[in-house]
Design a protein around this ligand. Sequence first.
Ligand SMILES: Cc1ncc(COP(=O)(O)O)c(C=O)c1O
Length: 341
Amino acid sequence: MPFSDGLADFRSDTVTRPTPAMYQAMAEAELGDDVYHDDPTVLALERESAEAVGKEDAVFVPTGTMGNQLSIQLHTNPGEEVISNAASHLRSIERGAASAFAGVAFRSVERPGGQIEPEDVDNAMGMAGFFPRISLLTWENTHNLSGGRVVSFDLMKRTSGVAREHGLKIHLDGARLWNAVAATGIDGPDWGELADTIQFCFSKGLGAPIGSVVCGDSETIAELRYLRGRAGGAMRQAGVVAAAARVGLAERERLAEDHLLGDKLAVGLAERFIGSVDPGAVETNIVNVDFDALGMAWTEVSGRLDGAGIKANGPIGPVWRLVTHRNVDDSDVARLLDILA
Ligand SMILES: Cc1ncc(COP(=O)(O)O)c(C=O)c1O
């Protein structure tokens, strides 16, 4: 459903607004005090989230960043290193949180599409004794900066297996895990087996206004609940927002529609601007465009978009990121293509 003001916002799936069903669930939510662990709506959301990824328990947190960073704090000690793809959100877009709060550095793997090969872990661990201790492997799926690419289940399984042999803990930043599920047909519990902690967001394509969850075994989640309180992330009548998150989670299969729209956008751009997009590389709802292939300056493009009531972020280097979600539709994509052409 497009926005009622007619604006088409392609900046991110985070711009999605609550649906009528979400507003109704928020208005009718049974509430308690989540710091006393007795808000029934939060408890229901945590139960449903844990079940969705085959884990024992879950803890509701205000943001994906907090879920990722508390998980890093839990799995590491200051001075240690975390293996991560170089273009991961938790390394590069969380404002240095891992070094500021957990006191860790990253052993970065430079590969496309969020990939980390088993040999990357073996190589990093081969230096034990001289280099900083490594305690954690992190994944991001789908992988935001590479254009919503899915890290294949097979690769994650092989590399996570090697990491476990080395005694590493594994965290999955699944901010868009349900996009990976929709794109592959491989369900949550299968991905869940590949990590000790899994963070996923309700505030992205699922459409809820606020919130994320971290799932894991009971002991892990109890400890994360403690760390959440210490970080100031424990909320009181949080059922108000958890109610909307429950609706988003229950409707997660609809993400496939966002992917279809992403594909239409990619194909439309590729037809109009040769070399701007490889539609085969667009697997989910994020379309990375080679901006130079449009042959226009950003001032020209942004002027046209403004005039047509379309919002988009500017390119970062040559990469122009457009995102489809439940509040844009076919006519918005057609409008965007027309105005560019
Ligand atoms: C892959 C990924 N991880 C984590 C986050 C952080 O989520 P939040 O904005 O809720 O802190 C984002 C946000 O865009 C993201 O794309």
